[in-house]
Design a protein around this ligand. Structure first.
Ligand SMILES: N[C@@H](CCC(=O)N[C@@H](CS)C(=O)NCC(=O)O)C(=O)O
Length: 210
């Protein structure tokens, strides 16, 4: 059976858990990481699985994969879910570009405001938090414009693999306190509700965990 390494509050582990729900794929999961709360990531045992020492990692009958979005691609391909990740290079690129952007620029945009305002980590000062809020809002503005142009989902008119990282990022945006300064992104608001129709999103995305 598929084994997932990582605690269930990690945004990157939640991507994998949500996809498993979409695929109705059974798995067993172990609590690792959480910055010392669970089994440590800096041991030779864990580094043998993932040399960069991060969760999530999967073990699929001896096939080890790390990097959350790479895991999503692997599982979709393995289960033949071409509706989520087509084989056609052009259609596939239209999905993967959003996944790669989420894991890089979009993810970086929220780091300081999330760590400062939600995790209450004092290492992030007011100036860093303010700059990060601006960048996070700008990034979610890009998502809003894309959704407005493109139908109901980030890569087109139907749910694809890209909606998993983007949907979790949108949930994170709603989890950061902004008082009355949150931009009124109506396409994002509709998307947040549209995704909420999916049991996997309710269980692992919009589930009360920031
Ligand atoms: N780019 C990586 C990032 C993974 C990552 O940042 N994982 C965090 C949890 S969300 C982690 O391992 N943190 C250390 C820990 O939990 O101890 C991915 O998408 O898988």
């Amino acid at each position: 059976m598929l084994k997932i390494y990582g605690h269930p509050n990690s945004i990157n582990v939640r991507k994998v858990l949500w996809l498993c729900a979409e695929l109705e794929l059974p798995y067993k999961r172990e609590d690792w990481g959480g910055y010392g709360r669970f089994r440590p990531l800096d041991t030779p045992e864990f580094r043998a699985l993932n040399p960069v020492g991060m969760i999530p990692v999967i073990d699929d009958g001896g096939v080890i994969v790390w990097e959350s979005n790479a895991i999503l691609r692997y599982l979709a391909a393995k289960t033949g879910r071409y509706d989520l990740l087509p084989a056609d290079p052009a259609a596939r690129a239209g999905i993967e570009q959003w996944m790669d952007w989420q894991a890089s620029d979009f993810n970086n945009s929220w780091r300081a405001c999330f760590m400062g305002l939600v995790r209450r980590n004092p290492a992030f000062d007011a100036a860093a938090i303010a700059a990060s809020l601006q960048q996070f809002n700008a990034a979610v503005g890009i998502v809003d414009a894309q959704l407005g142009r493109n139908g109901g989902y980030i890569a087109g008119g139907s749910f694809t693999l890209a909606d998993i990282p983007i949907g979790l990022a949108v949930h994170r945006w709603y989890s950061v306190p902004m008082e009355d300064a949150r931009p009124d992104y109506r396409h994002v608001a509709a998307y947040y509700d549209r995704l909420n129709a999916r049991p996997g999103y309710r269980a692992h995305g919009r589930n009360g965990v920031p």
